[in-house]
Design a protein around this ligand. Sequence first.
Ligand SMILES: [Zn+2]
Length: 217
Amino acid sequence: MKKGLLILGMALAFAGAVVWLWPRPRPRPLDPAFQRLTPLEMATLPLAVRFDMPLGSEHGAFTYNARAFRISRHLGDDLNGIGGENSDLGDPVYAAGAGRVVYAGIPHQTWGKMVIIAHRLPEGDELGPVVQTMYAHLESIHVRTGQGVQRGEPIGTVGTADGAYLAHLHFEVRLGPYVNPGQGYADTALNRVAPEQFIRAHRGAEAEILNPAPRKE
Ligand SMILES: [Zn+2]
């Protein structure tokens, strides 16, 4: 009887050790090679007929650009409330255009919370068919990956990347179907274009022209 208990105990200890030592899957860094939108995903992206500024107002009022695209190797614009410092902390960040969220999370501490939205541009747009807008250092995220968003819809709030910076919105516009949080600075522009200029060029439709109805997903 005692021997039976001893064997049972040893078997349980062995099983416990196996479970404890069994290799656990670790979160791996996002590999952009596997993060390409499929042709179907691209074809079903919401059509973005117009883009607006993601902060302050659709016209960018109450907003200034603290570090513009390509200044000091910067890959985006750093948008701030005109109050400066942390006055814009917690202000709503809006989707610049109709699209679908393809990333929502914290890719790295220096980024803090980040949202990436993919948009389909109207046929004939020389930058199309797919562009992505990226919003970083957020204090909070109000959307999830896979969700469709409308232009002007709140997607999160302005943050500090957990105290790393004074509150501001790092905003990028990227061309093509590869989804990758990436880095904020580089020697070349990579697949980024100047956000302020992009928005200005894509506010072409009159403000009162509405987006097409979102399709059921
Ligand atoms: Zn920045």
